[in-house]
Ligand binder design. Structure first.
Ligand code: COA
Length: 206
């Protein structure tokens, strides 16, 4: 691997199609697309988060270590350090405050970030690193992260949002499909991937 490859932020490796000549045939990850709905009060919905949970943007040096620990807890998000959080995450946001940390009291238990993936024709946002710590899952908390994140994109006049996820992340895929994201087909293989995934999900009751 070259030096340029190792220092390149993760999301560029995933999205930069020119680096993968055959990505139109095969891409490992599933992609999803969401058209921003400017009639939806995303900010207002995010503010309905029940106590003792709170949300805010990263702002303190201590947030870097806590965030690295949270992302490392997933196991499949790669290895994070405070330095990498600053370089590959905070410096890539669509604006300095456009990330959300979710706290239970003082404990950081959730995160979601924004990245610009615009082309010449479309103002496109990418959502990265959405996670809720295991003991707090299944309580409906992810939607508050989701709404606060979409609100950043709406404030910055984005048109659509892209996401990639691994096929085995069924809870995340279920969450996204219930939030009106649509399967993206960026490769021929994705048609097969989505057929398998929809079968695995079974009936979707949102
Ligand atoms: C994806 C993820 C963020 C979802 O977080 P979450 O807070 O558990 O999401 P929700 O609580 O909204 O939904 C999870 C389940 O709880 C259910 N639920 C929602 N609100 C609920 C409530 N008030 N009471 C009981 N259950 C509830 C949902 O219906 C859903 O059930 P289902 O999976 O059977 O449909 C979380 O699973 C996670 O961190 N996964 C690991 C990281 C990951 O995969 N990130 C995505 C990378 S692309």
């Amino acid at each position: 691997m070259t030096q340029a490859n190792t220092t390149r932020p993760f999301h560029e490796k995933v999205w930069n199609k020119t680096r993968y000549a055959f990505s139109f045939i095969y891409r490992k990850q599933l992609s999803l697309v969401y058209q921003l709905d400017y009639t939806c009060p995303y900010g207002e919905r995010a503010r309905q988060l029940p106590p003792p949970y709170t949300m805010r943007s990263p702002e303190k040096p201590a947030d870097l270590d806590a965030l690295a620990s949270l992302l490392n807890s997933d196991g499949d998000f790669g290895h994070w350090t405070a330095e990498r959080i600053d370089r590959d995450y905070l410096q890539q946001l669509i604006r300095p405050d456009a990330a959300t940390l979710l706290f239970h009291g003082k404990d950081l238990i959730g995160n979601c970030g924004t990245i610009d993936g615009s082309s010449r024709r479309h103002k496109t946002g990418i959502i990265m690193w959405m996670i809720i710590r295991t003991p707090h899952r299944g309580k409906g908390l992810a939607k508050y992260l989701w709404y606060r994140t979409l609100n950043f994109f709406a404030e910055e006049h984005y048109e659509k949002i892209l996401l990639t996820t691994d096929m085995q992340r069924l809870p995340a895929i279920r969450f996204y499909l219930c939030r009106r994201l649509l399967p993206g087909h960026e490769s021929l293989y994705s048609y097969i991937q989505w057929r398998i995934t929809v079968k695995r999900l079974g009936s979707l009751t949102c």
